[in-house]
Design a protein around this ligand. Structure first.
Ligand code: PAF
Length: 277
């Protein structure tokens, strides 16, 4: 496994590879990331992982400085997983002095996460666009847990004709349903127990859908009621939206729906979602 810190060295290493699968990450890897690595390994001849805590996708009052980091542990996990190339640039390599460009995807970035985090997707699209240019992957792998991010990246790739196939893999969960996230690390044991409420709310709404409920407001109300019953949870939003446009639905139709939510458990902001087909 080659660990590479500069763009020029990465370009040289990339030139030796054919079909390359990329898993972009911010490190502090968990089984969700490793499932993306496995997916990439089964579909491409070589696998690259980037580890870069991207400052431009964090808002001024968010957790950029505190975001968990452990490079040695990450590299050991990636070595065991059989990864070929790891790109670990520092901030100045990605955003040199004078950097002043950005990729802005409009529309699908404006609701859900985009309300509380207005500059977040601009930062995500810009860094992912740069990583695609540097790494030149054949395929790139993202988790369904960040559902809106996946929609935004697919749209950017289509709108800007980027020669990358985007693959979105299922959310990996703890046995009690909590979606894996590096931010779960912030939860105290009591908060960790309370955090299962997101999955419970989503599962309940999903059961209602299976039982025939198609009314968007009813599905949102079901999720909100379950979240409201958990004293440690503060709901930021619940949504039953069109899976492509992310607009809230009155009725779930042919295209199904994306049920999603952002909930604070103590100081930790968690998101989760399921797709109704
Ligand atoms: O999902 C993430 O970890 C990040 O948003 C990504 C895609 C690596 C961009 O920084």
């Amino acid at each position: 496994m080659e660990v590479i810190h500069t763009i020029s060295a990465f370009r040289q290493a990339r030139a030796q590879q054919g079909q390359l699968g990329l898993v972009p990450t911010m490190g502090y890897l968990h089984a969700g990331h490793l499932s993306l690595v496995e997916c990439a390994g089964s579909e491409c001849t070589a696998v690259a992982v980037s580890i870069f805590v991207n400052p431009t996708q964090f808002g001024p009052n968010e957790d950029f400085a505190d975001y968990p980091r452990d490079l040695e542990r990450d590299l050991n996990l990636l070595r065991t997983a059989g990864v070929d190339l790891v790109f670990v640039p520092d901030v100045a390599e990605i955003y040199p002095e004078g950097f002043s460009s950005a990729i802005e995807v409009t529309g699908v970035t404006e609701m859900l996460e985009g309300v509380a985090r207005p500059s977040h997707f601009r930062g995500v699209a810009t860094v992912v666009g740069k990583l695609f240019n540097i790494i030149q992957p054949t395929c790139a792998y993202f988790g369904q847990k960040d559902a809106q991010q996946a929609v935004v990246i697919r749209k950017m790739v289509r709108d800007l004709n980027m020669p990358v196939e985007v693959i979105v893999a299922p959310t990996v969960r703890e046995p009690d349903g909590l979606a894996l996230s590096s931010r779960n690390w912030y939860l105290t044991p009591t908060e960790r127990e309370a955090a299962t409420v997101l999955h419970r709310a989503l599962t309940h709404a999903q059961q209602q859908y299976t039982a025939g409920v198609r009314d968007g407001a009813a599905l949102r109300a079901t999720m909100r009621a379950i979240l409201d019953a958990e004293p440690l949870a503060r709901t930021e939003y619940v949504s039953a939206a069109d899976p492509l446009t992310l607009r809230e639905l009155d009725q779930v139709g042919e295209r199904g729906a994306l049920l999603s939510m952002a909930v604070r458990i103590g100081k930790t902001r968690l998101i989760d979602n399921v797709i109704l087909k």
